[in-house]
Every structure is written in C-alpha cells, then in structure tokens.
Design a protein around this ligand. Structure first.
Ligand SMILES: Cc1ncc(COP(=O)(O)O)c(C=O)c1O
Length: 446
C-alpha cells in the first residue's frame, strides 16, 4: 500500500491527506495553465486547451436540449428527498433501454444490474474499492488515460501494473501499440513473481489515447485470458458512441452472447464524452454479478448523481427521436469533420499520427522534433508548446514507454483547431531549423 510513501510531514493533514495533496500529474499542470491564462476572445494569446478530452463541438445541441428538459422537475418536492443512491428507477430503466439499443446488447439489459454514479471516474473508483484490497493491482496496457491511476489509487490505494505496448508495428495488423494476449500473460507472470496480487484487467474500448477499437476476436481473447486467471475485467466503453466512420465496426462487451465469465465482467459508460457533458457528472456500471452490484450500493452514497440531474438526463434520453435522428448523427458528422481538419493539418505539418475513427483525440508522433529522444526532452517540448500557447499532453502523461508521442484533442471549433496547428507549427519549425543547423549524429541531436 503506497500510503507509507507520503512525502514529508504535516501537522494538519493525515498521511493520506498529504499523499493526496502531493499527488499531481503533468496533465493537471497543463489544465492549470489553461485555467489561469486560458485562451479566449478577450485573451487571444492565452493557452489553448487541446489536452483535456472534451467534446466542445456539440455543446450547442446539448445546451438547447437541456434548456427544454430541465425545469419542470426542479420545483418538484420529491426531488428534495433521499433516493436510491445507485440511481432512480425511471432513469435506470431509460438508461438500460438506451444501452441495450446503442451497445447492441445481446439481451435487454436489466436495471437491477445497473449502478449510476457521478461520472466514469467514480465508477472506476467504486469498482476498485469493492473488487480490490489496498495494495492489489489492475493490469493495464500502456499508453493509457492516466486518471485511471487517480481513480484506483488516490482513495482505493490500488496500483496499476503496466502491459507495455511499443510503437513497433504489429505483423498481424501493421499498426503500432497493439495488445496481444502474450503480452498480458508476460505482464501477469512478472507481477506474480514480484508478489503483486493482480485482481483484474482494465480495458478501454475505444481506447484513450490511441483511438483503437478492439476487434471482437481480441476482446474475446482478453476475456478468456481473464477467465483462465480468475481475473475481473473492467471494460470502459465511455467513447462507445464517439465513432465517426460508418464502416468501422465496434463490438461492445454487452453485445457478446458468449461472455467467457459474465460474473467477473463489468461494463462502464457515461455521458461525459458521447454527450459532451463532462461537467454534469454522470456515468454507469453494468455488472452481471449480484454481489458486486450490492457492494456498489454500499458506496454509492458518496458517488450519487443528484436526482434533478437524473430526471433531466432521463427526459433527454427518452426523446429517442432526438437522440437517434438528431444528436448522434450530427455529433458523428461533426467529429468526422473535425478529425479530418486536424488529421490533414498534422499531415501538412509533417507530423505522422495514428489514423483512427473513434474518440476525441489523435495520437501523434513528434519523435522527429524531440531531441535527444528522451522523456526529459519530451517534457521540455511540452513546456515549449505551452509557452507557444497550446497545451497538448506528452506521451509520458499516459505512461507511454517511448518518448516523443503527444495526444491532441481535435473535437474543437474549427478556428481553434487552426490556431492549435499554427502554434504547433511555430514550435516544430523552430526545432526543425535547429536540427538543420546541427547535423544528425553530432551528439546533441538524433
Ligand atoms: C477512458 C476514460 N474513462 C473514464 C473517464 C472519466 O470520465 P468521467 O468524466 O465520466 O468521470 C475518461 C475521461 O477522460 C476517460 O477518457
């Protein structure tokens, strides 16, 4: 348990409090810069946030809908009372119907298996609390969305054991950073030798930050691996509907009719990404395991979604025509268009990147510009980009094992994307010039 690793002493805080206070990441530094000196019409030289995974291109449609659906419930005295902290019945029913339809579930989802909490981060923390003991660990492929660390470690005191993926292209798929069951087996073996108690496997599909979509085959192999080793699987599908290519097939874990071990498989989804509502805080866990659902009920009090918000979201989702005919297709088209702008812009700047069709971000290869190719130099470039007015997190924020990769959010209005590209261009042009003056191999450069 990491609690003994608290840095320093405090007369005010507990060891845990001190540890939490000292636990900050580069992502938080970038976000702080955007908060204290953020770009706006009034502050055009401020830092643009192209680092936080938020969809700001569909806010207008959501805002319009919310203005129609919110108010009638706020003056209802019933809203003022305590309710089932795992979610009110009507919203559970609606969310189950919604997920059944859009995850293409192989059977109608059962509201008794659903727990609604205030965001997927809380879902991860709550699941970690009820499935792991302090000091246990999740197995997770790198790179990964780094707040999983915060969610599983800050309060639950559970660690993450990395399954390191490399940029070397897979022979099978021709793509970098590909997960295989052999890599999972190796990482599990090594952890076991070190005496680490692995409780389960954490998978994001679609993946953050890679934008990868797992094939049905690979997903099944991962689930079978977990079953062989009696491990839980948390399947985080928070970007399930942020897919913007009709051709690409997505298989939700909910759609499998032959789940290897339903009792150990837990699905997560939320409104933050697919409905551009990261500030409203709502996510859900679907678990087939009655004990898990009961235990989650015991912690839900701390993570509950305010009843007024549940009513509001319930009314929004209940307008099936708006969801299916207006919001989702419009959002998908806007994501597609924004992705194209950023992807083409990066190509024009000579920055290779993964070509994907899901998520809100692009995983880009800046290795040519990081010199020497080290994590220190990568961090320098991160700060240089911030000084140039754009926050894009470096690969080390995602525990990428190779320096030189950055994640860029593309779900931004077009004029902001253009500025992001211009500011990136400014930094890389300077670096290119520098590299040209110092021939390759002179010790300072690649
Ligand atoms: C893969 C993944 N899971 C969970 C979360 C947390 O989402 P929420 O806002 O619902 O807490 C995020 C947010 O970036 C994410 O990318």
């Amino acid at each position: 348990m990491d609690i003994s690793n608290s840095v320093g002493k405090s007369n005010v805080l507990s060891k845990r409090g001190l540890r939490i206070m000292n636990d900050s990441s580069i992502l938080e530094i970038g976000m702080l810069k955007c908060q204290t000196n953020g770009y706006s019409d009034a502050n055009p030289s401020g830092v643009i946030n192209a680092g936080t995974a938020e969809n700001t291109i569909s806010n207008d449609i959501i805002a319009e809908k919310l203005s129609q659906v919110k108010s009638p419930y706020l003056d209802d005295p019933d809203i003022l009372k305590y309710k089932d902290f795992t979610g009110i019945t009507t919203f559970k029913n609606t969310l189950c119907s919604f997920l059944t339809k859009y995850a293409n579930a192989h059977e109608q989802l059962n509201p008794d298996n659903l727990v609604i909490l205030n965001g997927c981060g809380s879902c991860i923390a709550a699941l970690t609390i009820v499935l792991c003991d302090p000091g246990d660990a999740w197995l997770i492929p790198t790179p990964y969305y780094n707040a999983i660390n915060t969610d599983s470690n800050r309060l639950p005191l559970v660690n993450l054991v990395h399954v390191d993926l490399t940029s070397q292209e897979s022979q099978e798929t021709g793509q970098p950073f590909q997960l295989t069951v052999d890599k999972l087996e190796d990482a599990l073996d090594q952890a076991t030798v070190k005496g680490i108690n692995i409780r389960g496997l954490f998978i994001m599909n679609p993946h953050n930050p890679l934008g990868d979509i797992y094939s049905k085959q690979l997903m099944k192999e991962c689930l079978q691996f977990a079953k062989r080793h009696k491990l839980h699987v948390i399947m985080d599908e928070i970007y399930m509907l942020s897919m913007f290519d009709e051709e690409t097939k997505f298989t939700s874990v909910l759609s499998l009719d032959d789940l290897p071990d339903p009792d150990m498989t837990h699905f997560i989804w939320g409104f933050s990404k697919d409905f551009s509502m990261s500030g409203l805080r709502c996510g859900a866990i679907y678990s087939w395991n009655k004990q898990v659902v009961a235990a989650l009920g015991g912690v839900a009090y701390w993570f509950a979604v305010p009843t007024a918000m549940q009513f509001t979201l319930d009314r929004m989702l209940s307008d099936e025509e708006w969801v299916g005919q207006t919001y989702l297709p419009t959002n998908r088209k806007r994501l597609r268009d924004s992705y194209d702008v950023m992807s083409k812009g990066l190509t024009k700047l000579g920055i290779p990147h993964l070509v994907r069709s899901a998520g809100l971000y692009i995983w880009a290869d800046f290795r040519e510009f990081v010199s020497p190719l080290t994590f220190e130099a990568e961090l320098e470039m991160f700060y240089e980009l911030i000084d140039a007015g754009v926050y894009i997190p470096a690969g080390q924020c995602f525990y990428c094992q190779e320096p030189g990769w950055f994640r860029i959010i593309f779900a931004l209005p077009n004029h902001i994307q253009q500025l992001v590209l211009q500011r990136i261009d400014k930094v890389i042009s300077k670096r290119r010039k520098f590299n040209l003056r110092c021939p390759v191999g002179d010790g300072e450069n690649k």
